[in-house]
Ligand binder design. Sequence first.
Ligand code: APR
Length: 259
Amino acid sequence: MGAGTVASEIRAPDRLLLRKAAAALAAARHVCVLTGAGISAESGIPTFRDALTGLWANFRPEELATLEAFERDPAFVWKWYEWRRDLVRQALPNAGHRALAELARRVPRVTLVTQNVDGLHQRAGSVDVIEYHGNILRDRCLAEQIVAERSRDVGGDLPRCASCGGLLRPDVVWFGEMIPGDAMRMADAAAGDCDVFMSVGTSSLVYPAAGLAETALSRGVPVIEINPNPTELTRHADPALAGPAGAMLPALLEMLDWK
Ligand code: APR
């Protein structure tokens, strides 16, 4: 199923599930969407846990995505993040990202929470995206704990803060770190208020993000999952659409038109 697949190209059983998902969206007042690395996979950005291609299959998170690792060897960590930044800069939003931006124009209210740090939702036209794990293209000053500009003094090999000269780090949430307060509050509020929850391209393994769908489930609202592979959430999702986001989301929008 290629990107931008139309609903009629989807297998009949899946079309029934798509119709069910579209019916829930058509009746929704507020849709909360949580996305993960899977929605950016079709833009060429590796996911984290896919067995072979996932970042964590080739790199050790404890050596690269913790504050301890950064303090131990900031140059090593920065080298890896510069490599990922290049991937992100070269990537383009795909049909899945664009479909979610379009969905926000079709239903009264969409709250888009992303675990992704690539900014591709915003580049696809989504607004007020909640960046639950930060953004890889921003720098944060380690000392002042604020998003900061880089010092133009390129003497050292590590990026320095333009205001205090301190070490800069990527503005992302590392393992063992707290989710930014505003992002957490807004995401919890949306999961606590929505009447449809959609989980797209996430393994639903990493908390507290994975808890958002559980909040929705505990309120008895329909949880739609889009993922080509089964996850911890699949047996609770209704419906679970087993396919790539770049195919399922445009087809879902098209179904919405039929409503
Ligand atoms: N469309 C939809 N889903 C896809 C696609 C696709 N084209 N390709 C892969 N997937 C699914 C995989 O089946 C998998 O379940 O996307 C999921 C990606 O899971 P992870 O790699 O675990 O990524 P994610 O859930 O976003 O990880 C959560 O963990 O490593 C940390 O901070 C990092 O934000 C990340 C968090």
